[in-house]
Design a protein around this ligand. Structure first.
Ligand SMILES: Cc1cc2nc3c(=O)[nH]c(=O)nc-3n(C[C@H](O)[C@H](O)[C@H](O)COP(=O)(O)OP(=O)(O)OC[C@H]3O[C@@H](n4cnc5c(N)ncnc54)[C@H](O)[C@@H]3O)c2cc1C
Length: 450
């Protein structure tokens, strides 16, 4: 199909994988990358697939969600996974890579592929022809403006203010109770509530304000301080809890920890403060800490949030985060094949779709690349089974509640529940991984992916 040319915007993790998948299917690709001519504020080189922060791609263990995701995309012949495996460095059960070698090798492979033409320019228009937008969380301003034109402002988010998510089985229900604010006392209630007395509240606030925070990059500092931030949406409505807490000892008690409309069924009284947790997934095993967007380091989140009564043993499925993040309203705009709802030859991939994590971004690039090739050949597009981690991620971002839509990384909570109840976590995770791998293998035996 060399007479057809497709455009891939962004040679990050998703765009590099997408371009490779297309080129391998004999499709001519024009791959746009603006670095090093234009900076993102976070990348430091001109190489493709640069790992912005950590050099770890997460767990490589068979029975971990991130390990499962890797195994699935290895089966799907991911080029970036192949390079990651080749450039791996010792990191116990995790897959860490020599970051420079990794991105240098990806760059070399793409630059030397006969079907790929590299264009080192900022892409400022969305072409009318077949295209994959994989410009990442730090998409340039001009391209962002074009995406807004295409999707409407309310369908694009600029900032991640993610609250942590915990596993329900790790919540102590000797302390926590279910209730909704102002609801009938006998009703079950949609929220899980963790009550605090005054001393517990003061201890928590004191630790919260002292806890170690992630160092902000300059563009994120603008968000925090409001200087030059350009969009008021960024601040007061979604302040990190530690900033709010540092404004005054009672700020949280009148904010996210307000107890109004709630009574502890054991004492019949209104607690001094209450943390509410809201259901986060359909299976009902993940709950997010309402209003608890934070910029604390991950170990500090674990330590400080475990001070809250009822969360002493909380297991975190996702930690809170605050950083600049451009992502579209995928539940409204995208299909699980990564094809846009509004334009058939337009696909999105990577963090801009609301998938979080290096490997998740590679996975969506892979799927978008395969599916754009299928679209051009008039073949049905691939939608991966929901029992697989890639399928579940794509399903999640395209079916989540649009109002509260936040990026999601691979985790077992987004997979459909197992048929059998398995008590121990280890065995349950292994059963999930077994089921996913078996379903992915049978799916691939159908010959839908060449
Ligand atoms: C500060 C920060 C730290 C992160 N740390 C981690 C981490 O430690 N672990 C983790 O798993 N995830 C992390 N993430 C989340 C995410 O996994 C990474 O951002 C990942 O690189 C996203 O992959 P991507 O392909 O979607 O985007 P990117 O890898 O960012 O690739 C997008 C590419 O598009 C280019 N581009 C943008 N606009 C244009 C344009 N108009 N024209 C041409 N090119 C353009 C960019 O230069 C970039 O190369 C982090 C995100 C941020 C913002």
């Amino acid at each position: 199909m060399k007479n057809i040319s497709v455009t891939v915007i962004g040679a990050g993790l998703a765009g590099s994988e997408a371009a490779w998948q297309l080129a391998q299917r004999d499709i001519h690709v024009e791959l746009y990358e603006m670095r090093p001519l234009r900076e993102t504020g976070a990348h430091i080189s001109g190489n493709f697939a640069e790992l912005i922060c950590s050099n770890s791609l997460g767990s490589n263990l068979y029975d971990r969600s991130s390990g499962l995701l890797k195994n699935e995309i290895r089966l799907l012949k991911s080029k970036l996974m192949e390079v990651a495996d080749k450039t791996a460095i010792p990191a116990g059960g995790a897959l860490a890579v020599d970051r420079e070698l990794f991105s240098a090798k990806v760059t070399y492979e793409l630059e030397n592929h006969p079907n790929i033409k590299i264009i080192r320019e900022e892409c400022i228009e969305i072409p009318d022809g077949p295209v994959i937008i994989a410009s990442g969380p730090l998409t340039s301003a001009k391209l962002t403006a074009k995406i807004i034109e295409l999707t409407n402002t309310e369908n694009l988010y600029f900032f991640d203010a993610i609250a942590p998510i915990v596993q329900i089985e790790s919540i102590n229900f000797e302390i926590a109770f279910r209730a909704s604010r102002y609801s009938d006392e006998d009703a079950e209630g949609d929220y899980i509530n963790c009550p605090m007395d005054k001393d517990q509240y003061i201890t928590f606030i004191s630790e919260l304000t002292k806890a170690k925070r992630i160092q902000l990059k300059s563009f994120e500092k603008q968000i925090e301080t409001g200087v030059n931030a350009g969009d008021p949406l960024f601040f007061e409505g979604c302040l990190p809890v530690e900033i709010l807490a540092s404004r005054g000892e009672m700020a949280m008690a009148f904010g996210p920890l307000r107890p109004v409309g709630l009574k502890d069924p054991r004492s019949g009284k209104r607690p001094f403060a209450i943390l509410q947790l809201r259901q986060d997934n359909l299976a009902g095993d993940l709950y997010n800490l309402v209003g608890f967007q934070t910029n604390l380091t991950f170990p500090e989140q674990r330590r400080v949030f475990r001070i809250i009564p009822g969360l002493e043993n909380a297991e975190f499925a996702r930690y809170g985060q605050m950083h600049r993040n451009t992502f579209i309203a995928s539940p409204k705009l995208l299909k699980p094949s990564m094809q846009s709802n509004g334009r058939q030859n337009l696909f999105f991939a990577g963090q801009i779709t609301g998938v979080e994590g290096y490997v998740g971004n590679i996975a969506t690039g892979l799927l978008a690349g395969i599916n754009l090739a299928k679209y051009l050949r008039h073949e049905p597009l691939l939608v991966l089974p929901q029992e697989t981690m890639v399928g579940a991620l794509c399903h999640y971002i395209t079916h989540a509640n649009q109002k509260d839509f936040q990026p999601m990384k691979a985790n077992f909570g987004i997979l459909p529940p197992l048929e059998m109840q398995i008590k121990t976590k280890r065995e349950r995770y292994k059963a999930y991984a077994d089921r996913s791998m078996q379903i992915m293998k049978s799916f691939l035996e159908k010959g839908l992916v060449e």
